[in-house]
Design a protein around this ligand. Structure first.
Ligand code: UDP
Length: 238
């Protein structure tokens, strides 16, 4: 598919307009940022790993009835997706306390939560993606009540499918962030990516981190962590 022009460049991906009106091409980059862009770096091979893992998960989810924007992986770092309008919400699902939840609520990292928690953040670089609740979303007109219900339901279904799959590969899905987009007809599709940049993957036995915390927290062996996560995902059951 011929690429026409760059539509948008984000921190980890570029989005291109294609000759086909209802398709975009996404190119995943090796650039890494954390703490709202304050920490910058490059992780060799990250673009290919995140693209390949996202493509794999989107197909797994599709086979389980969860539609996404994914159409086809066209190169190690590129995929074709359906054109959607991204809902400006980060939908975060947590199974185990970590990161900002641990900090905010004073719960030790690694503490199992009694039930999966769904959180929303307002996607805004300027504001640092603040946590918001259902009433804020309605008050700002970011999504309707019905859409909020759909987002929560889909996020929890995705959590069940991915957690179960990953556990068989020796990975505990601690938490993750999803983004959703809307087609012209209003249908809501899972969008963005599902990768070590957007999920916390812990080795089920050793609790070794195989995700972006290796970069955020200067844990070393960043590339190896990402590679190991992808190998486990593609390897399926151990
Ligand atoms: N996350 C993300 N993008 C963001 C914020 C969070 O992909 O802008 C992911 C993050 O990788 C983790 C989960 O969402 O898997 C929960 O992140 P948390 O709120 O703990 O924030 P962090 O510790 O990254 O500041």
């Amino acid at each position: 598919m011929n690429v026409k022009e760059l539509l948008y460049e984000g921190k980890a991906k570029k989005v291109f307009i294609t000759e086909q009106k209802d398709r975009y091409l996404i190119r995943y980059k090796d650039d890494a940022t954390a703490f709202n862009g304050e920490k910058k770096g490059t992780i060799d091979g990250k673009g290919a790993i995140n693209n390949t893992m996202s493509a794999y998960f989107f197909q797994l989810l599709e086979s389980r009835g969860i539609e996404s924007h994914f159409v086809e992986q066209v190169s190690p770092t590129e995929m074709i997706v359906k054109r959607v309008e991204i809902i400006p919400l980060e939908v975060i699902v947590r199974n185990i306390a970590a990161g900002s939840l641990s900090k905010r609520l004073g719960v030790a990292e690694g503490t199992s939560l009694k039930l999966p928690v769904v959180e929303f953040s307002y996607k805004s670089d300027e504001l640092g993606d603040p946590l918001i609740n259902d009433d804020h979303i309605l008050a700002l007109g970011l999504a309707s009540e019905e859409e909020i219900t759909i987002l929560k339901k889909k996020a929890l279904q995705i959590n069940e499918i991915l957690s179960e799959y990953l556990e068989q590969s020796g990975i505990t899905l601690v938490d993750f962030k999803l983004e959703f987009g809307k087609l012209d007809n209003g249908d809501i599709l899972l969008s963005d990516e599902i990768s070590p940049d957007t999920c916390r993957f812990w080795d089920s036995t050793t609790k070794e981190r195989m995700d972006k915390d290796r970069f955020r927290r200067d844990l070393g062996n960043i590339e190896e962590g990402y590679k190991k996560a992808l190998e486990r995902v593609l390897g399926g059951e151990r």
